[in-house]
Design a binder for this molecule. Structure first.
Ligand code: G3H
Ligand code: 13P
Ligand code: ZN
Length: 305
């Protein structure tokens, strides 16, 4: 069933588990995610970026997700990293139950103003709003304490921001980065900062850039031609620690991309005679579903539907 994010995420934070939020651009990823959610009995967030909407069309995506949500599993249809109002209007009109306004690169006052505009628009549709303060960027790119403080979420500012905007959940920057190259050396999340934020902000917190970049998938993709050199993701232990301290939504895109790519490369290499796209995509769907199930177990959302 299609649901708004707020209630599901408040419950998740209270019970110390997190709901996985997977990015999709196409049917195969959605089928994999739903197969995993049904097997694990897990609520799930299916999210699309503005780029996904440009690629597939908002009506197509909304229709696919609506069908996926027609069973018993609670599904949230979410706009990820929304920046332009036209995408919010289109998504909400198509039935999205949750939207994120990413004003993280704007000055504080502009981020607040834009977030408030989106909150009042979303309220008309009964949809929830995720906002962001601090920039999602690898911690190792930041050398000094002052530099870290300029980019990572400041606990007091986060508390003021949720008061000023009336958002329903808050994405925080504690050292993760998007994509497959998150860390140059040791992986490191600023859990002490997260603890301070969680003391001051009682809303569900959101962790972006949370893919683990699994070594076995990297190897599989590389065996079939990809060159992924120094790719490195967030450790499972760090994800678990973040969930203990207020994180109730965990965003995963790269790990599904990696599974898809590994599966397709292997299928194309192993079956040179095959020209049926369904046969070439099937192993990728299985790999993505396996990754999604692993996330549901890790986050503790399995069994929480
Ligand atoms: O942050 C979200 C994604 O990982 C980037 O997705 O390429 O669809 O913008 P995109
Ligand atoms: P990853 O690149 O780590 O999968 O992060 C995805 C994300 O944050 C989507 O909003
Ligand atoms: Zn993100």
């Amino acid at each position: 069933m299609l649901v708004a994010a707020k209630k599901i995420l408040v419950r998740a934070r209270a019970k110390k588990y997190a709901v996985p939020a997977f990015n999709i651009n196409h049917l195969e990823a959605l089928k994999a995610i739903m197969a995993a959610a049904e097997k694990m009995k897990s609520p799930v967030i299916v999210q699309t970026t503005e780029g996904a909407i440009d690629y597939a069309g908002v009506e197509y995506l909304a229709a696919l997700i609506r069908v996926a949500a027609s069973g018993k599993i609670p599904v949230i249809m979410h706009l990820d990293h929304g920046k332009n109002l036209k995408y919010f209007q289109a998504a909400l009109a198509c039935g999205y139950t949750s939207v994120m306004l990413d004003g993280s690169l704007l000055p504080y006052a502009k981020n607040v103003a834009l977030t408030k505009t989106v909150v009042s628009l979303a309220r008309k549709y009964g949809a929830s709003v995720e906002a962001e303060i601090g920039a999602i960027k690898g911690i190792e790119d930041l050398v000094s304490v002052a530099e870290k403080d300029a980019v990572l979420t400041k606990p007091e500012e986060a508390a003021r921001f949720v008061q000023d905007t009336g958002c329903d959940s808050l994405a925080v920057a504690i050292g993760t980065a998007h994509g497959a190259y998150k860390f140059k050396g040791e992986t490191h999340l600023d859990i002490e900062r997260l603890k301070k934020i969680a003391q001051l902000v009682k809303l569900p917190l959101v962790l972006h850039g949370a893919s683990g970049v699994r070594a076995d998938l990297l190897k599989l993709a590389e065996r079939h031609g990809a060159k992924l050199g120094h790719a490195r993701g967030v450790l499972d232990a760090d994800i678990k620690n973040a969930v203990k301290h207020g994180v109730a939504k965990v965003n995963i895109d790269t790990d599904l991309r990696l599974a898809f790519t590994a599966g397709v490369r292997q299928a194309v290499d192993d079956q040179p005679q095959v020209i049926d796209p369904r046969k070439l995509l099937e192993p990728a769907i299985h790999l993505m579903a396996e990754v999604a199930m692993q996330k549901m177990k890790l986050l503790g959302s399995a069994g929480q539907k």
